[in-house]
Design a protein around this ligand. Structure first.
Ligand SMILES: [Zn+2]
Ligand SMILES: [Zn+2]
Length: 233
């Protein structure tokens, strides 16, 4: 039996449990990866201190994990009702191209979304929470206003509705996004220098955005910041 027909037979209760377990796993993986790199990386800290650990941030991060599960269930609903079409058997090259296409599409949409949430009217409601972290810590990636977490998830779903991507490309993209977000919120530069020269969004690139909020709105790449003049090296 192939993977998609297996998923078609899963009940809604099983989907709810599965989405919660999957998102809790991704959350713990992110924290584990963050702490592991932070403890083993010999490079100096980008900012003198990390953002302090706050219990209130922990609760916000739990809410983000819950909302990520809700987004996953919305995706499942749209798939079951035919709004999202998934495929399975594709060549490695096709999968690779799909992952690159999804990442580049999301990169542009995230730039626009991120630029818009910095508008003073929207900022106070949607994005101030994330910027309470002027320096970062292992929870920064998950410290988001609920609407912001949902907004990102719905944007992702919008991209998945556009074409019948493979379930493997989508899963791989979601995993890359988690790793990129985790590394992007470290307080040490993890990426080698040449990645910055290739216009990729490094740790320092996003850390700079936490320091100087009108710069570096991009996430995976610095392409759109360079195009629209908001780039700060
Ligand atoms: Zn951030
Ligand atoms: Zn921002």
């Amino acid at each position: 039996m192939n993977l998609l027909s297996f998923f078609k037979n899963i009940s809604w209760l099983e989907w709810i449990v599965f989405s919660l377990i999957a998102n809790i796993f991704l959350y713990l993986f992110s924290i584990g990866l963050y702490l592991f790199i932070d403890k083993t990386c010999s490079k100096n800290k980008i900012q003198a201190t990390d953002h302090p650990f706050l219990k209130s941030d922990l609760y916000v991060s739990f809410l983000t994990v819950f909302l990520n599960s809700v987004v996953m269930l919305i995706g499942v609903y749209l798939w079951e009702s035919g709004w999202i079409r998934l495929s399975e058997s594709k060549t490695i090259l096709a999968l690779l191209i799909e992952v690159i296409v999804i990442t580049l599409m999301m990169d542009l949409l995230m730039y626009i979304f991120h630029y818009l949430v910095h508008h003073p009217l929207i900022y106070k409601i949607l994005h101030r929470k994330h910027h309470e972290h002027t320096s970062t810590n292992f929870l920064s990636l998950f410290v988001l206003h609920p609407f912001e977490a949902l907004g990102f998830g719905l944007m992702m779903i919008f991209v998945f509705m556009w074409y019948d991507f493979s379930i493997f490309s989508i899963s791989f993209y979601v995993f890359i996004n988690l790793i990129w977000g985790t590394i992007g919120h470290l307080n040490r530069e993890f990426f080698p220098k040449w990645m910055e020269q290739l216009f990729l969004g490094t740790t320092k690139f996003h850390n700079q955005h936490h320091l100087s909020e009108q710069r570096n709105f991009g996430f995976y790449t610095s392409i759109w910041d360079r195009v629209f003049g908001t780039h700060q090296p």
